[in-house]
Write a protein that binds this ligand. Structure first.
Ligand code: PMP
Length: 455
Protein backbone atom coordinates (compact mmCIF):
# COMPACT_ATOMS: atom_id res chain seq x y z
CA UNK A 1 0.00 0.00 0.00
CA UNK A 2 1.28 3.46 -0.87
CA UNK A 3 2.76 5.25 2.05
CA UNK A 4 0.60 8.37 1.60
CA UNK A 5 -2.63 6.40 1.73
CA UNK A 6 -1.39 4.79 4.97
CA UNK A 7 -0.70 8.25 6.35
CA UNK A 8 -4.27 9.26 5.57
CA UNK A 9 -5.79 6.10 7.08
CA UNK A 10 -3.62 6.54 10.17
CA UNK A 11 -4.70 10.15 10.54
CA UNK A 12 -8.35 9.22 10.35
CA UNK A 13 -8.44 6.04 12.42
CA UNK A 14 -5.41 5.21 14.54
CA UNK A 15 -5.14 6.89 17.93
CA UNK A 16 -1.46 7.12 18.95
CA UNK A 17 -0.16 6.67 22.50
CA UNK A 18 1.30 9.64 24.41
CA UNK A 19 0.79 12.08 21.56
CA UNK A 20 -0.97 15.32 20.82
CA UNK A 21 -3.81 13.97 18.69
CA UNK A 22 -3.99 17.18 16.62
CA UNK A 23 -0.22 17.51 16.47
CA UNK A 24 0.05 13.99 15.17
CA UNK A 25 -2.66 14.57 12.57
CA UNK A 26 -0.71 17.58 11.30
CA UNK A 27 2.66 15.82 11.19
CA UNK A 28 1.43 12.43 9.95
CA UNK A 29 2.80 9.00 10.70
CA UNK A 30 6.21 7.71 9.62
CA UNK A 31 5.66 4.09 8.67
CA UNK A 32 8.37 1.61 9.61
CA UNK A 33 8.47 -1.43 7.38
CA UNK A 34 11.37 -3.65 8.41
CA UNK A 35 14.14 -4.29 10.89
CA UNK A 36 17.41 -6.16 10.94
CA UNK A 37 19.90 -6.14 13.78
CA UNK A 38 20.03 -2.59 15.13
CA UNK A 39 18.63 -1.06 11.93
CA UNK A 40 15.08 -0.30 10.82
CA UNK A 41 13.77 0.79 7.43
CA UNK A 42 10.83 3.01 6.57
CA UNK A 43 8.27 3.12 3.79
CA UNK A 44 10.45 5.61 1.87
CA UNK A 45 13.29 3.07 1.76
CA UNK A 46 15.39 4.95 4.30
CA UNK A 47 17.54 2.89 6.70
CA UNK A 48 18.09 4.17 10.24
CA UNK A 49 20.01 3.00 13.27
CA UNK A 50 17.47 2.46 16.01
CA UNK A 51 19.31 4.11 18.87
CA UNK A 52 16.28 3.68 21.10
CA UNK A 53 15.48 -0.03 20.47
CA UNK A 54 11.88 0.83 19.61
CA UNK A 55 10.77 2.07 23.01
CA UNK A 56 13.78 0.78 24.98
CA UNK A 57 12.56 -2.74 24.41
CA UNK A 58 14.11 -4.44 21.37
CA UNK A 59 17.20 -5.35 23.40
CA UNK A 60 18.07 -8.37 21.25
CA UNK A 61 17.68 -6.43 17.99
CA UNK A 62 15.45 -7.10 15.00
CA UNK A 63 15.17 -10.08 12.67
CA UNK A 64 16.10 -13.06 14.85
CA UNK A 65 14.74 -16.05 12.92
CA UNK A 66 15.02 -18.30 15.98
CA UNK A 67 12.57 -16.06 17.85
CA UNK A 68 10.15 -16.16 14.92
CA UNK A 69 10.49 -19.97 14.83
CA UNK A 70 9.84 -20.26 18.59
CA UNK A 71 6.66 -18.18 18.27
CA UNK A 72 5.48 -20.11 15.19
CA UNK A 73 6.11 -23.46 16.84
CA UNK A 74 4.20 -22.45 19.97
CA UNK A 75 1.30 -21.09 17.90
CA UNK A 76 1.17 -24.31 15.91
CA UNK A 77 1.29 -26.52 18.97
CA UNK A 78 -0.87 -24.54 21.38
CA UNK A 79 -1.45 -20.82 20.83
CA UNK A 80 -3.22 -20.24 24.11
CA UNK A 81 -3.72 -21.80 27.50
CA UNK A 82 -5.36 -20.07 30.42
CA UNK A 83 -3.75 -20.08 33.85
CA UNK A 84 -7.19 -20.07 35.47
CA UNK A 85 -8.72 -23.33 36.81
CA UNK A 86 -5.24 -24.71 37.68
CA UNK A 87 -4.40 -25.01 33.97
CA UNK A 88 -1.13 -24.04 32.33
CA UNK A 89 1.35 -24.69 29.55
CA UNK A 90 4.98 -25.73 29.38
CA UNK A 91 6.60 -22.49 28.13
CA UNK A 92 5.39 -20.15 30.92
CA UNK A 93 6.35 -22.72 33.56
CA UNK A 94 9.86 -23.09 32.14
CA UNK A 95 10.17 -19.32 31.78
CA UNK A 96 9.10 -18.67 35.38
CA UNK A 97 11.67 -21.20 36.58
CA UNK A 98 14.42 -19.72 34.39
CA UNK A 99 13.66 -16.20 35.61
CA UNK A 100 13.49 -17.26 39.26
CA UNK A 101 16.94 -18.81 38.89
CA UNK A 102 18.35 -15.54 37.52
CA UNK A 103 16.52 -13.01 39.70
CA UNK A 104 18.11 -11.44 42.78
CA UNK A 105 17.79 -13.30 46.10
CA UNK A 106 14.47 -14.91 46.88
CA UNK A 107 12.43 -13.20 44.13
CA UNK A 108 11.39 -16.68 43.09
CA UNK A 109 7.70 -16.31 42.25
CA UNK A 110 6.76 -14.85 38.88
CA UNK A 111 3.39 -13.41 37.84
CA UNK A 112 3.18 -12.68 34.10
CA UNK A 113 1.38 -9.67 32.69
CA UNK A 114 1.03 -8.10 29.22
CA UNK A 115 3.50 -5.27 29.72
CA UNK A 116 4.96 -2.88 32.25
CA UNK A 117 1.91 -0.84 33.22
CA UNK A 118 -0.15 -3.83 34.27
CA UNK A 119 2.94 -5.25 36.01
CA UNK A 120 3.12 -2.08 38.15
CA UNK A 121 -0.64 -2.17 38.63
CA UNK A 122 -0.37 -5.78 39.77
CA UNK A 123 2.25 -4.85 42.37
CA UNK A 124 -0.09 -2.23 43.82
CA UNK A 125 -2.77 -4.89 44.18
CA UNK A 126 -0.32 -7.46 45.62
CA UNK A 127 1.07 -4.92 48.09
CA UNK A 128 -2.43 -4.04 49.29
CA UNK A 129 -3.33 -7.71 49.61
CA UNK A 130 -0.08 -8.40 51.49
CA UNK A 131 -0.83 -5.78 54.17
CA UNK A 132 -4.41 -7.01 54.53
CA UNK A 133 -3.05 -10.52 54.99
CA UNK A 134 -0.70 -9.21 57.67
CA UNK A 135 -3.59 -7.58 59.51
CA UNK A 136 -2.43 -4.06 58.70
CA UNK A 137 -4.99 -2.82 56.15
CA UNK A 138 -4.18 0.80 57.06
CA UNK A 139 -0.82 0.43 55.36
CA UNK A 140 -2.31 1.88 52.19
CA UNK A 141 -0.02 4.83 51.37
CA UNK A 142 2.50 4.62 48.52
CA UNK A 143 5.63 6.68 47.88
CA UNK A 144 7.51 7.08 44.59
CA UNK A 145 10.14 9.44 43.20
CA UNK A 146 9.64 12.72 41.27
CA UNK A 147 10.45 12.39 37.55
CA UNK A 148 9.69 8.66 37.89
CA UNK A 149 7.67 6.64 35.42
CA UNK A 150 5.66 3.61 36.45
CA UNK A 151 3.29 3.23 33.54
CA UNK A 152 0.00 4.56 32.38
CA UNK A 153 -2.61 2.42 34.13
CA UNK A 154 -5.19 4.25 36.24
CA UNK A 155 -3.39 3.38 39.49
CA UNK A 156 0.22 3.25 38.26
CA UNK A 157 -0.01 6.59 36.45
CA UNK A 158 -0.38 8.19 39.88
CA UNK A 159 2.96 6.69 40.96
CA UNK A 160 4.38 8.10 37.74
CA UNK A 161 5.54 11.65 38.45
CA UNK A 162 5.34 13.35 35.06
CA UNK A 163 2.70 16.10 34.74
CA UNK A 164 1.33 14.94 31.37
CA UNK A 165 0.23 11.65 32.96
CA UNK A 166 -1.65 13.47 35.74
CA UNK A 167 -3.13 16.63 34.22
CA UNK A 168 -6.77 16.17 33.34
CA UNK A 169 -6.88 12.66 34.82
CA UNK A 170 -7.45 13.63 38.46
CA UNK A 171 -4.09 12.13 39.49
CA UNK A 172 -2.21 11.43 41.67
CA UNK A 173 -4.56 9.93 44.25
CA UNK A 174 -4.24 11.27 47.79
CA UNK A 175 -2.51 8.02 48.86
CA UNK A 176 0.26 8.51 46.31
CA UNK A 177 3.19 10.56 47.63
CA UNK A 178 6.52 11.67 46.14
CA UNK A 179 10.03 12.47 47.23
CA UNK A 180 12.45 14.48 45.07
CA UNK A 181 14.53 12.83 42.38
CA UNK A 182 18.30 12.45 42.77
CA UNK A 183 18.71 14.17 39.32
CA UNK A 184 22.37 14.89 40.06
CA UNK A 185 22.92 17.35 37.20
CA UNK A 186 20.28 19.76 38.46
CA UNK A 187 20.27 18.83 42.14
CA UNK A 188 21.16 21.84 44.32
CA UNK A 189 22.86 19.32 46.62
CA UNK A 190 26.30 18.62 45.15
CA UNK A 191 28.39 15.46 45.54
CA UNK A 192 27.31 11.81 45.36
CA UNK A 193 27.26 11.09 49.10
CA UNK A 194 25.47 14.35 49.85
CA UNK A 195 22.77 13.48 47.28
CA UNK A 196 22.33 10.03 48.85
CA UNK A 197 22.16 11.52 52.36
CA UNK A 198 19.61 14.13 51.27
CA UNK A 199 17.36 11.46 49.66
CA UNK A 200 17.65 9.23 52.74
CA UNK A 201 16.64 12.15 54.96
CA UNK A 202 13.74 13.06 52.65
CA UNK A 203 12.42 9.50 52.47
CA UNK A 204 12.62 9.16 56.27
CA UNK A 205 10.86 12.49 56.73
CA UNK A 206 8.13 11.51 54.24
CA UNK A 207 7.53 8.15 55.94
CA UNK A 208 7.33 9.84 59.34
CA UNK A 209 5.07 12.60 58.04
CA UNK A 210 2.62 10.01 56.68
CA UNK A 211 3.15 7.73 59.69
CA UNK A 212 5.33 4.63 59.32
CA UNK A 213 2.39 2.39 60.17
CA UNK A 214 0.52 3.77 57.15
CA UNK A 215 3.20 3.37 54.46
CA UNK A 216 2.74 0.28 52.29
CA UNK A 217 5.51 0.53 49.69
CA UNK A 218 8.16 2.65 48.03
CA UNK A 219 8.78 2.47 44.25
CA UNK A 220 12.09 3.04 42.52
CA UNK A 221 13.51 2.75 39.02
CA UNK A 222 17.21 1.82 39.38
CA UNK A 223 17.78 4.45 36.67
CA UNK A 224 14.89 6.81 35.94
CA UNK A 225 14.04 6.35 32.27
CA UNK A 226 11.17 8.45 30.97
CA UNK A 227 12.09 11.31 33.32
CA UNK A 228 15.18 11.85 31.14
CA UNK A 229 17.58 8.96 31.95
CA UNK A 230 18.47 10.15 35.45
CA UNK A 231 21.24 8.01 36.94
CA UNK A 232 21.52 8.00 40.74
CA UNK A 233 24.92 7.86 42.39
CA UNK A 234 25.98 4.25 43.01
CA UNK A 235 24.71 3.37 46.48
CA UNK A 236 21.55 5.52 46.23
CA UNK A 237 19.21 2.60 45.51
CA UNK A 238 20.79 0.55 48.30
CA UNK A 239 20.41 3.41 50.76
CA UNK A 240 16.71 3.75 49.85
CA UNK A 241 16.26 0.00 50.25
CA UNK A 242 17.78 0.17 53.74
CA UNK A 243 15.44 2.98 54.83
CA UNK A 244 12.47 0.87 53.71
CA UNK A 245 13.77 -2.16 55.63
CA UNK A 246 14.18 -0.02 58.72
CA UNK A 247 10.51 1.08 58.62
CA UNK A 248 9.12 -2.24 57.38
CA UNK A 249 8.01 -0.59 54.11
CA UNK A 250 7.96 -2.85 51.04
CA UNK A 251 10.56 -1.92 48.43
CA UNK A 252 9.49 -2.27 44.80
CA UNK A 253 12.11 -2.06 42.03
CA UNK A 254 10.67 -1.16 38.64
CA UNK A 255 13.11 -2.76 36.20
CA UNK A 256 10.87 -2.43 33.14
CA UNK A 257 13.62 -0.51 31.31
CA UNK A 258 16.72 -1.54 33.25
CA UNK A 259 16.05 -5.30 33.13
CA UNK A 260 17.52 -7.73 30.62
CA UNK A 261 20.98 -6.34 30.09
CA UNK A 262 20.10 -2.72 29.48
CA UNK A 263 22.65 -1.47 32.02
CA UNK A 264 25.02 -4.47 31.93
CA UNK A 265 23.84 -7.25 34.26
CA UNK A 266 20.52 -9.03 33.71
CA UNK A 267 18.91 -6.80 36.39
CA UNK A 268 20.28 -3.44 37.51
CA UNK A 269 19.54 -4.25 41.19
CA UNK A 270 22.49 -6.65 41.00
CA UNK A 271 24.87 -3.70 40.64
CA UNK A 272 23.72 -2.40 44.01
CA UNK A 273 23.68 -5.87 45.58
CA UNK A 274 20.10 -5.46 46.78
CA UNK A 275 17.05 -7.70 46.79
CA UNK A 276 13.73 -5.87 46.43
CA UNK A 277 10.52 -7.25 47.96
CA UNK A 278 8.83 -7.03 44.57
CA UNK A 279 10.23 -6.32 41.11
CA UNK A 280 8.64 -5.49 37.77
CA UNK A 281 10.00 -6.16 34.28
CA UNK A 282 8.68 -6.08 30.69
CA UNK A 283 10.23 -4.70 27.46
CA UNK A 284 13.51 -6.69 27.17
CA UNK A 285 11.77 -9.77 28.58
CA UNK A 286 10.50 -10.54 25.06
CA UNK A 287 12.65 -7.93 23.35
CA UNK A 288 9.44 -6.36 22.04
CA UNK A 289 8.69 -9.26 19.66
CA UNK A 290 5.40 -9.86 21.49
CA UNK A 291 3.94 -8.18 24.59
CA UNK A 292 4.77 -9.51 28.04
CA UNK A 293 5.66 -8.25 31.51
CA UNK A 294 6.46 -9.96 34.77
CA UNK A 295 6.11 -9.27 38.49
CA UNK A 296 8.58 -11.00 40.79
CA UNK A 297 7.45 -11.70 44.34
CA UNK A 298 9.91 -12.55 47.11
CA UNK A 299 9.28 -15.62 49.26
CA UNK A 300 7.89 -13.66 52.18
CA UNK A 301 5.53 -11.57 50.03
CA UNK A 302 4.30 -14.67 48.18
CA UNK A 303 3.89 -16.74 51.36
CA UNK A 304 2.11 -13.96 53.24
CA UNK A 305 -0.39 -13.52 50.41
CA UNK A 306 -0.79 -17.30 50.04
CA UNK A 307 -1.34 -17.94 53.74
CA UNK A 308 -3.59 -14.90 54.09
CA UNK A 309 -5.90 -16.06 51.31
CA UNK A 310 -5.94 -19.74 52.28
CA UNK A 311 -8.44 -21.54 50.07
CA UNK A 312 -9.91 -18.26 48.76
CA UNK A 313 -9.06 -17.20 45.20
CA UNK A 314 -6.93 -14.05 44.92
CA UNK A 315 -9.02 -11.99 42.54
CA UNK A 316 -6.37 -10.67 40.23
CA UNK A 317 -5.69 -11.97 36.74
CA UNK A 318 -5.84 -11.36 33.01
CA UNK A 319 -6.98 -13.56 30.13
CA UNK A 320 -3.48 -13.29 28.72
CA UNK A 321 -1.48 -13.79 31.95
CA UNK A 322 1.40 -16.19 31.17
CA UNK A 323 0.63 -16.31 27.44
CA UNK A 324 2.38 -19.36 25.94
CA UNK A 325 3.52 -17.60 22.74
CA UNK A 326 5.02 -14.69 24.70
CA UNK A 327 6.69 -17.16 27.05
CA UNK A 328 8.15 -19.18 24.17
CA UNK A 329 9.52 -15.95 22.69
CA UNK A 330 10.96 -14.88 26.05
CA UNK A 331 12.72 -18.23 26.48
CA UNK A 332 14.35 -17.92 23.06
CA UNK A 333 15.29 -14.28 23.66
CA UNK A 334 16.89 -15.30 26.97
CA UNK A 335 18.94 -17.94 25.13
CA UNK A 336 20.13 -15.25 22.68
CA UNK A 337 21.03 -12.89 25.52
CA UNK A 338 23.03 -15.54 27.31
CA UNK A 339 24.51 -16.80 24.06
CA UNK A 340 26.44 -13.55 23.65
CA UNK A 341 24.12 -10.53 23.51
CA UNK A 342 24.52 -9.59 27.18
CA UNK A 343 28.26 -9.78 26.71
CA UNK A 344 28.18 -7.73 23.51
CA UNK A 345 25.88 -5.20 25.19
CA UNK A 346 28.38 -4.71 28.00
CA UNK A 347 31.21 -4.04 25.53
CA UNK A 348 29.08 -1.77 23.35
CA UNK A 349 27.74 0.04 26.41
CA UNK A 350 31.26 1.00 27.43
CA UNK A 351 31.92 2.20 23.88
CA UNK A 352 28.69 4.18 23.75
CA UNK A 353 29.42 5.91 27.06
CA UNK A 354 32.98 6.74 25.99
CA UNK A 355 31.73 8.09 22.65
CA UNK A 356 29.05 10.26 24.22
CA UNK A 357 31.52 11.52 26.85
CA UNK A 358 33.54 12.75 23.88
CA UNK A 359 30.69 15.14 23.03
CA UNK A 360 31.24 17.13 26.22
CA UNK A 361 33.41 19.59 24.27
CA UNK A 362 30.37 20.63 22.22
CA UNK A 363 29.00 24.08 23.19
CA UNK A 364 25.45 22.68 23.64
CA UNK A 365 26.31 19.67 25.82
CA UNK A 366 25.67 20.28 29.52
CA UNK A 367 25.66 16.72 30.80
CA UNK A 368 26.38 13.17 29.64
CA UNK A 369 25.13 10.34 31.81
CA UNK A 370 24.24 6.68 31.62
CA UNK A 371 25.18 3.15 32.40
CA UNK A 372 25.69 0.41 29.84
CA UNK A 373 23.35 0.77 26.88
CA UNK A 374 21.19 3.39 28.60
CA UNK A 375 22.39 6.95 28.24
CA UNK A 376 21.47 10.60 27.83
CA UNK A 377 22.97 13.86 26.66
CA UNK A 378 21.41 16.98 28.20
CA UNK A 379 21.56 20.11 26.07
CA UNK A 380 21.96 23.62 27.44
CA UNK A 381 22.75 27.04 25.96
CA UNK A 382 24.89 28.08 28.94
CA UNK A 383 27.00 25.42 30.60
CA UNK A 384 27.80 27.43 33.72
CA UNK A 385 24.17 28.39 34.34
CA UNK A 386 22.82 25.08 32.96
CA UNK A 387 20.27 27.12 30.97
CA UNK A 388 17.92 24.83 29.01
CA UNK A 389 17.36 25.27 25.27
CA UNK A 390 14.83 28.03 24.48
CA UNK A 391 11.21 26.78 24.58
CA UNK A 392 10.89 27.51 20.85
CA UNK A 393 13.15 24.54 20.03
CA UNK A 394 10.56 21.91 20.99
CA UNK A 395 13.18 19.14 21.04
CA UNK A 396 10.68 16.28 20.81
CA UNK A 397 10.00 17.24 17.21
CA UNK A 398 12.92 19.41 16.02
CA UNK A 399 15.75 17.28 17.43
CA UNK A 400 13.97 14.00 16.75
CA UNK A 401 13.39 15.02 13.11
CA UNK A 402 16.97 16.15 12.72
CA UNK A 403 18.34 12.88 14.05
CA UNK A 404 15.97 11.06 11.71
CA UNK A 405 17.39 13.03 8.77
CA UNK A 406 20.86 11.93 9.90
CA UNK A 407 19.72 8.29 9.91
CA UNK A 408 19.35 7.90 13.66
CA UNK A 409 16.34 7.25 15.85
CA UNK A 410 16.81 8.57 19.37
CA UNK A 411 14.48 9.84 22.06
CA UNK A 412 14.31 13.61 22.27
CA UNK A 413 12.79 14.49 25.64
CA UNK A 414 10.85 17.74 25.86
CA UNK A 415 13.33 19.29 28.31
CA UNK A 416 16.18 19.03 25.77
CA UNK A 417 17.60 15.65 26.69
CA UNK A 418 18.64 13.14 24.03
CA UNK A 419 18.03 9.57 25.19
CA UNK A 420 19.78 6.41 23.98
CA UNK A 421 18.93 2.75 24.48
CA UNK A 422 20.31 0.91 21.44
CA UNK A 423 19.85 -2.84 20.89
CA UNK A 424 22.51 -4.92 22.66
CA UNK A 425 23.45 -6.44 19.29
CA UNK A 426 24.95 -3.16 17.97
CA UNK A 427 28.30 -3.37 16.22
CA UNK A 428 31.20 -1.04 16.99
CA UNK A 429 30.53 0.79 13.72
CA UNK A 430 26.91 1.33 14.67
CA UNK A 431 27.83 2.70 18.09
CA UNK A 432 30.35 5.04 16.47
CA UNK A 433 27.71 6.12 13.94
CA UNK A 434 25.24 6.89 16.75
CA UNK A 435 27.81 9.23 18.31
CA UNK A 436 28.88 10.81 14.99
CA UNK A 437 25.28 11.41 13.91
CA UNK A 438 24.50 12.93 17.30
CA UNK A 439 27.37 15.37 16.80
CA UNK A 440 25.91 16.41 13.46
CA UNK A 441 22.52 16.97 15.11
CA UNK A 442 24.23 19.15 17.72
CA UNK A 443 26.20 21.11 15.10
CA UNK A 444 23.09 21.79 13.07
CA UNK A 445 21.17 22.84 16.18
CA UNK A 446 23.93 25.28 17.04
CA UNK A 447 23.18 27.01 13.72
CA UNK A 448 19.50 27.55 14.56
CA UNK A 449 18.65 31.22 14.91
CA UNK A 450 16.70 30.82 18.16
CA UNK A 451 19.52 28.78 19.69
CA UNK A 452 22.20 31.27 18.59
CA UNK A 453 20.15 34.11 20.02
CA UNK A 454 20.01 32.32 23.35
CA UNK A 455 23.75 31.58 23.58
N1 PMP B 1 7.72 1.19 34.29
C1 PMP B 1 8.76 1.76 33.67
C2 PMP B 1 9.99 2.06 34.46
C3 PMP B 1 8.69 2.07 32.31
O1 PMP B 1 9.71 2.68 31.70
C4 PMP B 1 7.51 1.74 31.59
C5 PMP B 1 7.39 2.00 30.10
N2 PMP B 1 8.25 2.89 29.52
C6 PMP B 1 6.46 1.16 32.29
C7 PMP B 1 6.60 0.89 33.63
C8 PMP B 1 5.20 0.82 31.58
O2 PMP B 1 5.37 -0.21 30.67
P1 PMP B 1 4.39 -0.43 29.43
O3 PMP B 1 4.54 0.75 28.54
O4 PMP B 1 4.87 -1.73 28.85
O5 PMP B 1 3.01 -0.54 29.97
Amino acid sequence: MLSNSLVELDRRHLVHPVSSFRGHEARGVRVLTGGQGATVSDAEGRRLIDGFAGLWCVNAGYGHESVVAAAAEQMRQLPYATGYFDLGAEAPILLAAALAERSPGDLDHVYFTLGGSDAVDSTIRFVRYYWHARGQPDRDQFISVAQGYHGSSSLGAGLTALPAFHDGFGLPYPWQHKISSHYTYRNPVRGDQAVIDASVAELRAKIEEIGAERVAAFYVEPIQGSGGVLVPPMGWVKAMREVCAEYGVLFVADEVITGFGRTGPIFACEEEGIVPDLMTTAKGLTSGYVPMGAVFLSDHVYDTIADGAGAKAIGHGFTYSAHPVSAAVALEVLALYEGGLFENGRRMGARLMAGLEGLRDHPLVGDVRGRGMLAAVELVVDKAEKTPLPASVQPATRLFDRAWEEGLILRAFAQGVLGYAPPLCCTEDEIDAIVARTRRVLDRTLEDEDVRAAL
